[in-house]
Design a protein around this ligand. Structure first.
Ligand SMILES: Nc1ncnc2c1ncn2[C@@H]1O[C@H](COP(=O)(O)OP(=O)(O)OP(=O)(O)O)[C@@H](O)[C@H]1O
Ligand SMILES: [Mg+2]
Length: 252
């Protein structure tokens, strides 16, 4: 069986800046893969290339065996993307946002309402389904944005910094949600700069700095290899960066 994601020497340049610099990795089916790195490391740029929103300057990548340069329409059926900033509409209700997304993703019209209702229940937003998106709390907005990305039952979910800006309780409930999706067999590619979160959630992690991958492995193996107790200490050892550079809140 093919890997969920295969990336080979993928590169993105913006003028003189090389945002993503010849990265190569694989994501196995069903795993939670964490992409860790400080601000500006190239995490979002990588997700944008893998989901067809940005064209690579070089290298290759495939999703479920489909080429990101030539088969993106096919790929979009199998992936859900939760961007850093929500892509939902402030002036639509929670339910209408989901139904609209269902339409965009080609869910048959008869199934749209049912699927929206199901997701509202799973994400515990059913009671607020008729409220406008703009009236939601940050955590509720994040949850609905994830629900929307799952409307077409994708096999792979990309989550770009899912817990940034959430309080401890909301972040914890979102992590549980991510674990549930994992248990359902969904492959999860998530970016984060919270090392503890990555340690709690991820089967494997890649450490990205200035567009380059410095290490890839399970959190446990990285700890053993570097003789460190936490992923934070591993990160400091591997990158030479202090973790303070990892936790700049972006207020999103
Ligand atoms: N559209 C663009 N035009 C020019 N430069 C860009 C563009 N998008 C990203 N970059 C640059 O690419 C680099 C990587 O940015 P990217 O957004 O991928 O980082 P990131 O790891 O997601 O960071 P953060 O943790 O802050 O979200 C940065 O130097 C950024 O300025
Ligand atoms: Mg980013």
């Amino acid at each position: 069986m093919k890997n969920a994601i295969e990336v080979n020497e993928l590169t993105k340049r913006f003028g003189k800046i090389t945002a993503v610099d010849h990265i190569s990795f694989e994501v196995n089916r069903g795993e939670i893969f964490g992409f860790l790195g400080p601000n500006g490391a190239g995490k979002t740029t990588t997700i944008r290339m893998l989901s067809g929103l940005s064209r690579p300057s070089g290298g290759k990548a495939s999703i479920l065996g489909l080429n990101i340069n030539s088969e993106i329409t096919g790929i979009k059926k199998h992936i859900g993307v939760v961007p850093e900033v929500s892509n939902l509409y402030d002036e639509l209700s929670a339910r209408d946002n989901l139904v609209f997304m269902a339409q965009l993703y080609g869910v048959p019209s008869k199934e749209r309402s049912k699927r929206a209702e199901e997701l509202l229940k799973t994400f515990r937003l059913h009671e607020r389904k008729d409220d406008l998106f703009r009236t939601f709390s940050r955590g509720m907005k994040r949850a609905l944005t994830i629900a929307a990305a799952l409307i077409h039952n994708p096999e792979i979910l990309f989550l770009d910094e899912p817990t940034v800006g959430l309080d401890v309780v909301a972040a914890c409930s979102l992590r549980n949600l991510i674990r549930n999706l994992h248990q359902q067999g969904i492959t999860i590619f998530l970016t984060t700069h919270y090392l503890e979160e990555a340690d709690l959630l991820c089967d494997r992690v890649a450490i990205l700095v200035k567009g380059r991958i410095l290490a890839i492995d399970t959190p446990e193996t990285l700890k053993v290899k570097t003789n460190k107790k936490s992923l934070e200490e591993v990160f400091i050892k591997i990158t030479g960066l202090e973790p303070t550079v990892m936790v700049i809140e972006k207020g999103k």
